[in-house]
Design a binder for this molecule. Structure first.
Ligand code: ADP
Length: 161
C-alpha cells in the first residue's frame, strides 16, 4: 500500500490544491492532506477551520484524509509511514525553494521521496495569498476556490465589516 502526505498551509485551499490532490489520489492508495499549524506563521484561517473546510471539499475522494501537524514535514511523514511527500509546482519561481526543501528532506529521510505535480494550466497563477487579497477587497473568488471556501471567506469578511 502506497501512502503519501500533501503538506501545506492551505490558508485557504484553492482549486489549484484541489487539482493537485485529485490527480495525486489516482497515484497513491492513501493520501493525508497535512495542514501545517506553525504558530509563528500568521494565518487568516485558524488551523481547525482549514482542516474542516478541506474535509468538506474533499469528501468525494475516499482515499484522502485530512490532519494537522506542526514540526518538520519529514517527521510527520515518517510517523505516518508515508512513502512520499507531494508538492505542487507552479511557475519557475516555485522551483528553487521546492528544490532546496526536497534536498534537505532527502538528507533527513532518504527513504521518503518528494513527488512534484505540475499545476494545471488554469491554476498556474493561483495562490492562497492572491485569493486572500482579492477576497479582502471584495473581489469575486468563485472561479478559484471551492464553494465552501468562498462561503467561509465571505462570512469572516462580513464579521469584520
Ligand atoms: P506552503 O506554505 O507549504 O507553500 P501552500 O498551501 O501555499 O503551502 O501550498 C501547498 C502546496 O501546494 C505547495 O507545494 C504549493 O506549491 C502547491 N500549490 C499552491 N498553489 C498551487 C496551485 N495553484 N497549483 C498547484 N500547486 C499549488
Amino acid at each position: 500500500m502506497t501512502v503519501a502526505i500533501y503538506p501545506g498551509s492551505f490558508d485557504p485551499m484553492t482549486l489549484g490544491h484541489v487539482d493537485v490532490i485529485t490527480r495525486a489520489a489516482r497515484l497513491f492508495d492513501e493520501i493525508i492532506m497535512a495542514v501545517v499549524t506553525n504558530p509563528s506563521k500568521a494565518s487568516l484561517i485558524p488551523p481547525e477551520d482549514r482542516v474542516q473546510l478541506i474535509r468538506e471539499c474533499l469528501g468525494h475522494l475516499p482515499n484522502v484524509r485530512v490532519e494537522s501537524f506542526d514540526g518538520l514535514t519529514v517527521q510527520f511523514a515518517r510517523q505516518k509511514r508515508a512513502d512520499a511527500i507531494i508538492r505542487g509546482l507552479r511557475a519557475v519561481s516555485d522551483f528553487e525553494n521546492e528544490f532546496m526543501m526536497s534536498q534537505m528532506n532527502k538528507l533527513l529521510e532518504p527513504e521518503i521521496e518528494t513527488v512534484f505535480i505540475m499545476a494545471g494550466q488554469e491554476y498556474q497563477f493561483l495562490s492562497s495569498s492572491l485569493v486572500k487579497e482579492v477576497s479582502g477587497y471584495g473581489g469575486d473568488i468563485s472561479k478559484v476556490v471551492p464553494p465552501a471556501v468562498e462561503k467561509y471567506l465571505n462570512r469572516i469578511k462580513s464579521h469584520k465589516a
